[in-house]
Design a protein around this ligand. Structure first.
Ligand code: SD4
Length: 346
């Protein structure tokens, strides 16, 4: 059966009421994170999501909104100078300039984004202001910075010595070639501070005590990218999407493939049709595999999703993708994402 027919079959089966979270094969129903919509939950990409979740949980636990929770949560990753892929301290582009991308989306479908923002340490908060104070969704580059400065954000140098050092090391070997992915071992990750990969965006999804969903996504993007390059992270529908009737999704990894498949929107639409969060993420990953098999096998993309019932799940192209979960029973759980390509380590 070709993938389109499989897709239609699943859509129809979802629509005729086989049960919202059962798929046609009776397979994986996704993880049950929390069965009641009134119990808050927050999930976010990668291990550093634990610290970010903890800040978000402080908001949720006291009855705060999912929107405030995700903003406060990802600000922790943005402020962490040991994190070379988000906020201040992020790796620069190939010209040595740190440029930040972020977006946020609330339960009413409002959204805001900034891309290629320079010298402002908390792009997520600028994205929120774009959402709340302008009639627009996205501001980029100089205009985004001007807007931030007009709204009281401080201008600062975002390039810290360890990231500058890593960039200079990269320049020696790569000779200014744009890089698509470092995880494919085309670059020696041993050289990166902390032996980190080059693409560890934080995407966060939360549901508050009223059962409302919001999401946030923020990154310094692909390390040593071409000047002006923007990935999926600040693009609503690609790096993040939230529909309060259904659920939310976010992504991490090589943004080009996520943009090409409008990945997070796809995950949410699949959940609308009855797929569990895990299965919806799996289908979105499979879309990348089917469309670009030659690229897919050498890159990482991971999706993370949360539905309206508090069920969550993830799926990635490669092993190694982790995410952090926090709800009333477990405050700092880290889970390994399921993945498509078998790896040497597993
Ligand atoms: C990008 N998706 O700029 C981002 C990078 C990333 O995990 O996710 N890192 O393409």
């Amino acid at each position: 059966m070709d993938s389109r027919r499989k897709f239609l079959k699943k859509s129809v089966l979802g629509a005729v009421g086989l049960g919202v979270f059962k798929n046609s094969s009776g397979g994986d129903l996704g993880r049950i994170g929390n069965a009641q919509t009134s119990n808050p939950i927050v999930i976010s990409t990668w291990d550093f999501g634990v610290a970010a979740n903890s800040a978000a949980w402080g908001v949720l636990r006291t009855g705060g909104s999912a929107l405030d929770a995700v903003e406060q949560g990802v600000r922790v990753a943005e402020a962490d100078l040991d994190n070379p892929t988000v906020g201040k301290g992020g790796y620069p582009d190939r010209d040595g300039v740190v440029t930040l991308d972020a977006c946020i989306m609330d339960a009413r479908g409002n959204c805001g984004a900034v891309a290629a923002l320079e010298n402002i340490a908390h792009p997520i908060s600028v994205a929120r202001l774009v959402m709340e104070k302008t009639p627009h969704v996205m501001l980029v580059g100089e205009g985004a910075k001007q807007f931030a400065l007009e709204n009281g954000f401080a201008e600062e140098d975002l390039l810290i010595p360890s990231s500058e050092k890593a960039w200079k090391e990269w320049l020696k070997e790569k000779k200014y070639e744009p890089v698509i992915n470092i995880e494919n071992r085309s670059f020696n990750t041993e050289r990166l501070p902390g032996n980190r990969y080059n693409h560890d965006t934080i995407g966060m999804l939360a549901m508050d005590s009223k059962g409302n969903l919001s999401g946030a996504c923020t990154t310094s993007g692909m390390a040593f990218k071409m000047r002006g390059r923007v990935g999926d992270s600040p693009i609503i529908g690609a790096g993040l999407y939230v529909d309060n009737e259904v659920g939310g999704a976010t992504s991490t990894g090589v943004g080009e493939e996520v943009i090409r498949t409008v990945g997070s929107f796809l995950v949410v639409e699949l959940m609308r049709q009855g797929y569990s969060p895990t299965d919806a993420c799996r289908q979105a990953v499979m879309r990348i595999v089917e469309k670009k098999p030659e690229i897919a096998k050498n890159i990482q993309v991971g999706f993370l999703a949360l539905n309206k019932k508090g069920e969550y799940g993830s799926f990635a192209l490669q092993s190694g993708f982790t995410f952090a979960v926090c709800h009333s029973r477990e405050q700092d759980r880290i889970e390994k994402g399921e993945f498509y390509y078998p790896s040497e380590e597993n």
